[in-house]
Design a binder for this molecule. Structure first.
Ligand SMILES: [Zn+2]
Length: 158
C-alpha cells in the first residue's frame, strides 16, 4: 500500500481515544480489536482511523479475528474521506503482555506475504490489562516487516 518504510509513526489522538474506548469491550473476557488506517506524509506514517471489531468478528479469550466485511467497509469510507489505506491492526490481550503472540506474528507475516495486499510493513497496536479493568491498559505499538518485528512506541503503566 505504501512504497517505503516510514521513519516515524504518528498516531492521531482520535485513534488513541477510539481504541481506549473500544478496548473496554474486553471486560467481557474476550479479546477485541479492529483495523488501523492511515496515510504516508513525507517520511511519516499517520494513523488517522481505527475501526471496531464489527458484528461478525471472532472474539475469544486468547484470539481475535476481525469481521472482514466490516473492515472493508471502513477502509472504503476512510479512503474516500482522506485517502487513508489499511496499514495495520489493534487488538487486546487479556492474560498476556502487550507483545505479539507467535500466532499474531504468523498472521502479520501472512498479510505481508500476500502480493494482492502489497504491504511493505504492518503496524500492530496491542493493549494489555491483566486486571481486566481497561481504564489504563499497557499499550505497545509494533512495527512488522518481512524481516523484523520491533516495538516502536510504548506507553501506559507496566
Ligand atoms: Zn494477540
Amino acid at each position: 500500500m505504501t512504497d517505503t518504510v516510514p521513519a516515524s509513526i504518528i498516531v492521531a489522538t482520535s485513534v488513541v481515544d477510539t481504541i481506549a474506548h473500544e478496548a473496554q469491550a474486553s471486560r467481557d473476557g474476550t479479546e477485541t480489536g479492529g483495523i488501523l488506517l492511515g496515510t504516508t506524509e513525507g517520511n511519516s506514517l499517520v494513523i488517522r482511523h481505527a475501526g471496531g471489531p464489527g458484528r461478525h468478528a471472532t472474539r475469544r479469550a486468547t484470539f481475535f479475528q476481525r469481521d472482514l466485511n466490516h473492515a472493508q467497509a471502513l477502509g472504503d469510507q476512510a479512503f474516500e474521506r482522506d485517502r487513508s489505506v489499511w496499514v495495520g491492526e489493534w487488538h487486546t490481550h487479556l492474560a498476556a503482555p502487550a507483545v505479539p503472540s507467535s500466532r499474531d506474528i504468523a498472521t502479520y507475516q501472512k498479510l505481508l506475504a500476500d502480493p494482492e495486499l502489497d504491504f511493505d510493513f504492518f503496524v500492530a497496536i496491542i493493549l494489555a490489562d491483566p486486571t481486566n479493568n481497561w481504564t489504563q491498559p499497557q499499550t505497545a505499538t509494533w512495527f512488522i516487516t518481512p524481516s523484523e518485528t520491533r516495538v516502536i512506541i510504548t506507553n501506559g503503566h507496566t
